[in-house]
Design a protein around this ligand. Structure first.
Ligand code: SAH
Ligand code: SF4
Length: 378
């Protein structure tokens, strides 16, 4: 688990003094938590609201830029707190405009964030864990051994970094480029529920970034016990990595199915709070040649989700080095989509984005892991 190079020999690592390490990172605090620490400093409650707006609406990273705070207050704050940004070790831009950032955290762990520009929106795909404890057989992230939950600050930091780069401050400005967030990067968000939930609460705050819950989609492989809570606490859109409509096949493709089989999963989705025709479950379905892409599969899919407000997202399989599957042909995908559409479901086929920089779904995996694996193969 410790194959990564030690931090002390890493020239990329920003130096931080022991004092800096003791400071509280405001990117990790919800509004309530910020109010508490500000109160503990003996400052009035309105200070917390001012600071919140500087951090989350204006993207400020230095207390000296908080111009409506007196100098002495700013000095106290700077001695106790920091406003971090993740360290970027690589930034790649695809020929389709997709941007992928590789981030390195102080413990040497890495995660990836991807921005996908489209005509009518800009979607940021964020990671919730380093790696993933699950081992879906078609997913690159699932082969990464190193796993830990990202902290609240590491999750919100991905959004702040993208907003910095896209020139999104103040967050209320016209023509925002980052309009949607999907929790579809590395990791299983519902295995890191508390941190993901706090990070989304921060992102939705109207005094800050103000992203609507309708513009946030959380994708899960099917961690059933957390599904209801996600709808009730956060109200974000839910996407389910379905990929198979028979338990025997789904046990292989998405092994968490052995714990929470299809019937249990579909039931949890049926009871997802706030479902309506305007707020549907997205069923993600990766198209694997000769594995899950038959006409019968399409028909069984329709039957499985009957009565649940749904859309189906067919995802062409994105290959990665060493992957055992082949993507279904375009004619097969079209035929599958047609069956689903004839049953009355929207079933957009997801256009792979950023494939040339391994930024497409399921291709994410940190560069150091890739490099390490390549070197051990030789
Ligand atoms: N762990 C969560 C979220 C991250 S995965 C989940 O599984 O839902 C985001 C989406 O990408 C999931 O639907 C996942 O099944 C899909 N995916 C993974 N590997 C893929 C690949 N190689 N090609 C296409 N989609 C893939
Ligand atoms: Fe983890 Fe999702 Fe990949 Fe499965 S598809 S290994 S749950 S990141």
């Amino acid at each position: 688990m410790t194959e990564l190079s030690p931090l002390t020999t890493d020239p990329d690592q920003t130096a931080s003094t022991p004092d800096e390490d003791k400071k509280i990172d405001l990117l990790g605090l919800t509004a309530d938590a910020l109010a508490e620490v500000i109160k503990a400093e003996g400052l009035p409650a309105f200070r917390a609201r001012q600071i919140w707006r500087w951090v989350w609406r204006h993207g400020v990273t230095e207390f000296s830029d908080m111009t409506d705070l007196g100098k002495s207050v700013r000095e106290v704050l700077a001695s106790k707190f920091i406003i971090s940004r993740p360290l970027v070790t690589s930034r790649q831009v695809s020929n389709d405009g997709t941007i992928k950032w590789l981030l390195k955290f102080p413990d040497g762990n890495e995660a990836e964030t991807v921005y996908i520009p489209e005509d009518d929106r800009g979607t940021l795909c964020i990671s919730s864990q380093v790696g993933c404890t699950l081992t879906c057989s078609f997913c690159h992230t699932g082969t990464q051994k190193l796993v830990r939950n990202l902290t609240v600050a590491e999750i919100t930091g991905q959004i702040m970094l993208a907003m910095d780069e896209l020139g999104e401050w103040p967050a209320t400005h016209e023509g925002r480029k980052l309009t949607n967030i999907v929790l579809m990067g590395m990791g299983e968000p519902l295995f890191n529920y508390d941190n993901v939930a706090d990070a989304m609460r921060i992102t939705m705050s109207n005094e800050g970034i103000g992203l609507s819950k309708r513009r946030i989609t959380l994708s899960t492989s099917g961690v059933v016990p957390e599904i209801f809570k996600t709808g009730e606490d956060l109200g974000v859109n839910l996407a389910i990595s379905l990929h198979a409509v028979r338990d025997d096949l789904r046990n292989d493709l998405v092994p968490i199915n052995r714990k929470y089989p299809l019937e249990v999963l579909v039931d949890a989705c049926r009871n997802y709070p706030g479902l309506s025709n305007a707020r549907r479950i997205t069923w993600e379905y990766v198209m694997l040649n000769g594995v899950n892409d038959s006409d019968d599969d399409a028909r069984a899919l329709i039957k499985l989700i009957k009565g649940i407000p749904s859309k189906i997202n067919l995802i062409p399989f994105n290959p990665w080095p060493g992957s055992a599957y082949v993507c279904s042909s375009n004619t097969r995908i079209d035929r599958f989509a047609k069956i689903v559409m004839n049953a009355g479901y929207a079933s957009p086929v997801r256009t792979p984005r950023g494939q040339d920089i391994l930024a497409a779904c399921g291709q994410l995996k940190s560069a150091s892991e890739r490099a390490r694996r390549q070197s051990t193969r030789i």
